[in-house]
Design a protein around this ligand. Structure first.
Ligand SMILES: [Zn+2]
Length: 492
């Protein structure tokens, strides 16, 4: 093997994630072939196989959970006529600045009505729901679509974390009562925890957003935040109690059991898989590259044959038997047969984040052994080949538990109480989340929120919903009697 052949291929990935997170993130997207920023349209990024295969596995898990909870898939067009978009005035106010518009066609003809590329699909779906929902027998209607949405974000863009086209699932549900809507919101938060935390190993804190920070047109927004390596939080799925606001705007009514026509109640829920993947890269990665959870890695196991002397054919055959055994157990397994050194391949797959590596050389073959390597701890052990399937399966479970444990440990001691701007800033500078007494009067709340942002760089993330918290003392921002406890963090 000539060494100059390998020169252009670099597997060296050694940037300190904690010290230099933005560089780390940019570099991992490039070297692990997750996103290529050379496409040439700001905020639009091609996703090569490694990221798409991972995101598809994430989508599959989320869809399995949604379908188990009786949500059915559907798919709406990408374009929304402008008149639909303006029907819900509040909603439009929130979204129009972010909309991409189609104004003419290829033969240079102006469209009679402008078409929006969907920024989110309430205004595409609800006019059809007003036709589909007829009577109480049609309810609840629980549906979702897996698609991409478009936002002409003004902030700087970054692959996965903030793109102008991103991949998501949006679930849109119609109910007969507001109580059912509230129950759906809680179910969505459970779904978030099951998918994002139990399956992807990303811990979250759940907040009810303040009134000025809610989804435009809705009654209340509930969102899950996780913590990034630079101490900023990022919003993962949010779910919205829309009340009957959209039903009134789009005329979604039904005949109740007394034969009266009444407005329906609605929720929507929008887990953005590409953004969750961005958080997953950041939360689980280390200075050697990605660390993918076993449940979602495109290859859960990579087998590396170590060829020495005349044993090449026998070693390869042994590797193929290993692959067959593991595939039969339902696992995603790849043999790296490329003409590179074993050491180069080790680095490569460590950088790609493959959870388990099996190394097989002539000596293992003779002793009916194999070497198992786990990416999360970088530990190796030699096993009997008869134990392979059992060992790999238990190691996979163990790796996912360990990645989650490491991520959760960063949440310990994360929240600190603060009673002044200085104390808030101090907490944020240490990468913490500040917990403060706050006032809720809408107008004053607005100014208190801005005051906090100006003085500390932190944003009000909202109130806890999993624990009831009673405020004492005065609002940190204005000194009036506090009416709630809110959490302040720097955010994406
Ligand atoms: Zn205040």
């Amino acid at each position: 093997m000539s060494s100059d052949k390998k020169e252009p291929r670099s597997t060296i990935f050694d940037i300190d994630k904690e010290k230099d997170f933005p560089d780390w993130f940019g570099e991992i997207c490039k070297v692990a072939e997750l996103a290529d920023i050379r496409y040439g349209v700001k905020g639009f990024t091609p996703f090569p196989p490694w990221s798409l295969m991972t995101m598809n596995n994430m989508f599959d898990i989320l869809e399995e959970v949604l379908q188990r909870k009786d949500h059915l898939p559907m798919l709406f067009p990408t374009v929304i006529p402008e008149s639909n978009l303006t029907k819900e005035a509040k909603h439009v106010e929130g979204f129009v600045p972010q909309v991409f518009w189609i104004e003419d066609t290829g033969d240079d003809e102006k469209l009679e009505e402008r078409l929006a590329l969907r920024p989110t699909s309430e205004t595409a779906i609800y006019p059809m729901y007003s036709l589909w929902v007829r009577s109480w027998r049609d309810l609840p209607m629980k549906r979702y679509q897996r698609c991409s949405v478009f936002r002409s974000e003004i902030k700087s863009t970054r692959p996965f974390l903030r793109g102008r086209e991103f991949l998501w699932i949006e679930s849109h549900n119609v109910y007969a009562s507001h109580d059912e809507v509230k129950a759906q919101v809680m179910e969505d938060l459970e779904t978030t925890k099951e998918v994002v935390t139990d399956n992807f190993g990303i811990p979250v804190m759940v907040f009810r957003r303040t009134q000025w920070d809610k989804f435009p047109g809705g009654l209340n927004t509930y969102a899950a935040d996780t913590l990034m390596p630079d101490g900023k939080v990022i919003q993962l799925p949010s779910t919205h109690d829309l009340g009957d606001n959209f039903a009134r705007a789009f005329d979604i009514t039904y005949l109740n059991e007394n034969n009266e026509t009444v407005y329906a109640w609605q929720t929507c829920y929008g887990p953005a898989i590409s953004r969750i993947f961005g958080a997953l890269i950041s939360v689980h990665g280390d200075n050697k590259g990605l660390r993918l959870p076993f449940k979602i890695a495109p290859y859960q196991v990579v087998v590396i044959p170590i060829f020495r002397g005349d044993d090449a054919d026998a070693v390869l055959k042994y590797c193929e038997d290993i692959q067959k055994t593991l595939k039969k157990a339902g696992l995603r397994v790849h043999i790296d047969k490329r003409d590179d050194t074993p050491g180069w391949k080790y680095n490569y797959w460590e950088m790609k984040g493959v959870p388990i590596r099996v190394e097989v050389g002539p000596r293992d073959l003779k002793g009916n052994k194999a070497v198992l390597f786990r990416r999360d701890t970088m530990d190796r052990e030699t096993i009997d080949i008869t134990d392979l399937k059992k060992k790999v399966l238990s190691l996979g479970t163990e790796i996912d538990k360990n990645l989650r444990r490491i991520a959760e440990s960063r949440f310990e001691g994360l929240v600190v109480d603060a009673d002044s701007f200085g104390a808030i800033e101090d907490a944020l500078d240490k990468g913490k989340i500040a917990r403060i007494p706050f006032c809720t009067t809408e107008m004053e709340g607005l100014s208190c929120d801005e005051e906090i942002k100006d003085r500390t760089g932190g944003e009000v993330r909202g109130t806890r919903i999993d624990v009831e918290e009673k405020p004492e003392g005065v609002c940190v921002a204005c000194g009036k009697v506090a009416t709630e406890i809110v959490y302040i963090a720097r955010s994406y």
